[in-house]
Design a binder for this molecule. Structure first.
Ligand code: ATP
Length: 301
């Protein structure tokens, strides 16, 4: 079943189109990522899904409801974690959970939720005293407190250290394992690659690509990257002539050849023919970063 449907979404601010015909569908139980450079229109798109902004044009449905006009029907079905959320510094974790639970007719079990998110030891801690990771876990708890079918998470792990980020990823996976559909806005390639079933790459208000992480990586112009140092320099022209070689660069004594599996095979034969020994030889697969750069010309790293 389709959990989220977005068709021909348009949004203009002051004569400038920031969302320009965006369409996608998210299946029930899917983690769907929206990735793109700053200002690409990601937040505007998800805020239309959340009913926080009204589209100028287009159709948006969440669990079959129009977020712009069917807010009461949608409230128990949709959980939202806002970008740069803040709570009153003096509010304790328990008070925040109680307050948000009071918005719903049938809230989730607060104790079970706090336990699952590792918040039980912090119930009496004031929001202002929580670490970044603890705050993010609380925001996830608040997004889940209405026991929703769909949850929107916008830049969830920005500002977290690598350990806290991984903890949050495991939580997102466990949410999905419970059958909840997740719409995730992220700036992190590793996060998108690890978590998302499918990703829409948004660029200047349009979808530049929509595919599985593997499918997107397959679109990178170079699927393999060979890098090495050689005592006897290899002729760059011979390297450029390798089948399917996309580029050859030499810097600080290391040569990098971007290409495909076929390039790698031919490169090994070339080494043998010329009797050259390659030191510190590495062959790396293309990553989502490479595909992203090819698709948008932008660098998120
Ligand atoms: N209320 C508004 N009024 C005018 N312009 C806006 C408004 N909200 C967003 N914009 C502009 O629309 C464009 C898209 O913004 P949006 O926040 O959707 O992008 P984003 O992809 O989420 O960016 P980021 O990664 O920086 O959060 C930006 O240029 C932004 O400045």
């Amino acid at each position: 079943m389709t959990a989220i449907e977005v068709r021909g979404l348009h949004k203009t601010y002051g004569g400038r189109k920031v969302v320009d015909g965006v369409s996608f569908e998210v299946g029930e139980g899917e983690i769907f990522g929206i990735l793109g450079p700053n200002g690409a229109g990601k937040t505007t798109t998800v805020e239309c899904v959340e009913g926080l902004r009204a589209p100028d044009e287009g159709r948006v449905r969440v669990c079959g409801h129009d977020p712009a006009t069917e807010r009461p029907e949608l409230t128990p079905l949709l959980g939202v974690q806002l970008q740069e959320s803040e709570l009153q510094a003096k509010l304790t974790v328990r008070e925040a959970l109680d307050l948000y639970a009071s918005f719903y007719e049938r809230p989730a079990d607060r104790h079970a939720l706090a336990e699952r998110l590792g918040l039980l030891p912090h119930l009496k801690t004031r929001f202002g005293k929580l670490s970044g990771g603890q705050k993010q876990r609380l925001f996830i708890a608040l997004a889940l407190i209405g026991d929703p079918r769909v949850v929107v998470l916008d830049e969830l792990t920005t500002g977290l250290d690598p350990r806290a980020r991984r903890e949050v990823w495991s939580l997102v996976e466990s949410i999905r394992d419970d059958g909840v559909t997740v719409l995730l806005v992220t700036h992190f390639m590793e996060e998108a690659q690890r978590l998302c079933d499918r990703i829409a790459v948004l660029d200047r208000g349009r979808i530049a690509a929509l595919d599985t992480p593997e499918g997107l990586i397959g679109r990178a112009s170079a699927a393999k990257e060979i890098s090495f140092a050689a005592d006897t320099p290899l002729d760059p022209e011979a390297l450029r002539a390798l089948p399917e070689a996309v580029s050859v660069t030499v810097a600080d004594g290391r040569t990098v050849v971007a290409g495909t599996d076929e390039t790698v095979g031919a490169f090994v034969s070339l080494l043998a023919r010329q009797g050259v020994t390659a030191r510190q030889l590495r062959v790396a697969d293309a990553t989502l970063d490479d595909a992203y750069l090819d698709l948008t010309g932008a660098d998120l790293r």
